[in-house]
Design a protein around this ligand. Structure first.
Ligand code: NAD
Length: 505
């Protein structure tokens, strides 16, 4: 979409609605109360440098205006040295730290950008706020709902510090315009919203027991608030420690908590739902290979929001056995479909959107993808002490949806396709998603007798975030699940700021 057509679009009757979508924000301290170096640049440290952190590092090492890289932190000595050398080639000489706590003692750092594994996000956010630093924290906000709640409470307790979450779709003008279009009523009522994460994930292989930690990694620091156990994985691509932690409950939450949290957040944003749904149910499994990983590679979750159902689908296997290509739903593999009475919106992985009528004819194409502005929006937020995008509360809520989906799955039991279909017969959205999931498994040659895990429907008390309902066994198991609440380990205990047992809203 050109600037001209975007302007034309904004001149239409939905102008007010578009402004409203974009205007939710949070203020921090006094406007203009910017710290920083003598020349006014905000001094930034990047933490966790292997993959996503490298991208952040390069932004602050020269691309972004108004902020500059002054420090690097990674508990892997080799990665730290490699990134330091790369900075040297760019003419940047950051201080280096292996221990994040030492970094926080530095008075030469105004802000931290956090890109370590998920299980560090909440604790590192809380510690940084306590140390008076501004924070950009990668998604998801937490490993479990309770610690995410502590991070949100910390943002309120230390209101002078800016916090922005790494949910870059929140900086998409295309999505804001599409939401405004839907809220203007031109497509009628929303009937359902579907989030899709069809992303190929191969086997990580199978080990026979505990694996060694490379000498370059300080494993106590790497483990942080998680349970200290030896790694039980060793993939050719990532070795025994890095990246594959996504597929182990002690650290990650599978692809719904990885790629999926972006699309769940967009879906919830369209629905304009500021809280948790009354109930959640999941079914799926880890199909197609036997490997070390614990999380499902196939998962369907139904969140029964009163406005309209939100269905989320994860698929890690391809469209058919032996293929590379993934399935698509209405042309979308990773994205969101918002079905309304008079048409639908399809949001892509890159945060662009197309609006269709009921006959699948394109009404509007919003294709300017502005996701990359999320970094600059953080700098602007620090300069103005106002965050307009990527609020920690939104990240917490959407992360909590992922956790609830996983808790239902974790409490489930293996069942046959017939029994699964029977169990969800009354719920049209789950039924339709289930039929397509079973077709997908058949196309991948998964034997018909392979059990699918069906989780219980978890009734949620939106105010407390706790699982309620008539079954005391399910209630107790869900509320005791470490994905609901884990308090940390030794020196890495999560500070208790909000002492309600669990609260996701
Ligand atoms: N916003 C996005 O689109 C996006 C994209 C990719 C990844 N991410 C997020 O970024 C995070 C990192 O992902 P990744 O793929 O780079 O993971 P990774 O495992 O490849 O890298 C993580 C790095 O963090 C380091 N680390 C671990 N514990 C540390 C500690 N205590 N102190 C300092 N460094 C520590 C590791 O040594 C490693 O270098 C994840 O939470 C992921 O969800 C976000």
């Amino acid at each position: 979409m050109t600037n001209r057509t975007r302007r034309d679009f904004l001149q239409t009757s939905i102008l007010g609605a578009a402004a409203a979508v974009a205007s939710c924000h949070r203020s921090y301290g006094q406007v203009g109360a910017v710290r920083g170096s003598a020349n006014g640049d905000i001094r930034v440290a990047v933490v966790g440098l292997r993959t996503k952190g490298l991208e952040h590092m390069l932004e602050y090492a020269g691309r972004l205006k108004g902020a500059r890289l002054v420090a690097l932190c990674d508990c892997d000595r080799e990665i730290l040295a490699a990134r330091q050398a790369e900075c040297g080639k760019l003419g940047v000489t950051p201080a280096v730290f292996r221990d994040y706590r030492k970094l926080l003692e530095s008075r030469d750092v105004d802000a931290v950008v956090l890109a370590p594994p998920n299980h560090h996000h909440s604790l590192m956010t809380i510690w940084a706020l306590k140390a008076g630093k501004d924070v950009y924290v990668e998604k998801p906000l937490s490993h479990n709902i309770w610690e995410g709640r502590q991070a949100v409470a910390a943002a309120r307790k230390y209101p002078k510090n800016v916090v922005q979450a790494g949910m870059q779709n929140r900086s998409s003008d295309d999505i804001k315009e599409a939401i405004a279009y839907v809220r203007s009523g031109q497509l009628g009522r929303i009937q359902w919203v579907r989030g899709l994460c069809y992303k190929q994930r191969d086997s990580i292989g199978r080990t026979t027991g505990p694996q060694p930690v490379p000498a370059a990694i300080d494993y106590d620091l790497w483990t942080g608030p998680a349970d200290l156990t030896p790694p039980r994985r060793n993939s050719p691509k990532n070795g025994t420690v890095h990246y594959d932690w996504h597929w182990f409950w002690n650290y990650g939450g599978g692809d719904i908590c990885n790629q999926g949290v972006h699309q769940l957040d967009i879906a919830r944003w369209f629905l304009d739902e500021p809280g948790l749904p009354p109930s959640v149910i999941s079914f799926g499994g880890r199909f197609g290979y036997r490997d070390d990983a614990e999380t499902p590679n196939t998962l369907v979750t139904a969140f029964d929001y009163p406005r309209a159902p939100l269905i989320f689908e994860v698929r890690g296997l391809p469209a058919k056995a032996g293929m590379q290509a993934m399935d698509a739903y209405r042309g979308t593999r990773i994205g969101v479909i918002v079905q309304c009475e008079g048409g639908y919106v399809a949001v892509s992985e890159t945060g662009t959107a197309v609006i269709y009528d009921r006959q699948h004819k394109i009404l509007r194409k919003l294709a300017e993808s502005t996701l990359v502005t999320h970094y600059a929006n953080f700098v602007r937020g620090m300069q103005t002490r106002q965050v307009f995008t990527g609020l920690i509360e939104d990240c917490h809520l959407s992360t909590s949806l992922c956790h609830l989906a996983n808790i239902s799955y974790l409490l489930g039991a293996g069942t046959s396709p017939g029994a699964l279909a029977e169990a969800i017969r009354a719920d049209a959205s789950s039924r339709e998603a289930c039929e397509r999931m079973l077709d997908h498994l058949r196309a991948n040659g998964i034997p018909a007798g392979e059990p699918t895990v069906l989780g219980p429907r978890l009734p949620i008390d939106a105010a407390s975030g706790r699982v309620v309902g008539p079954d005391p066994t399910i209630r107790a198991a869900a509320n005791a699940c470490p994905i609901m609440r884990r308090t940390g380990r030794g020196a890495f205990a999560i500070p208790v700021i909000d002492d309600r047992p669990v609260a996701a809203g």
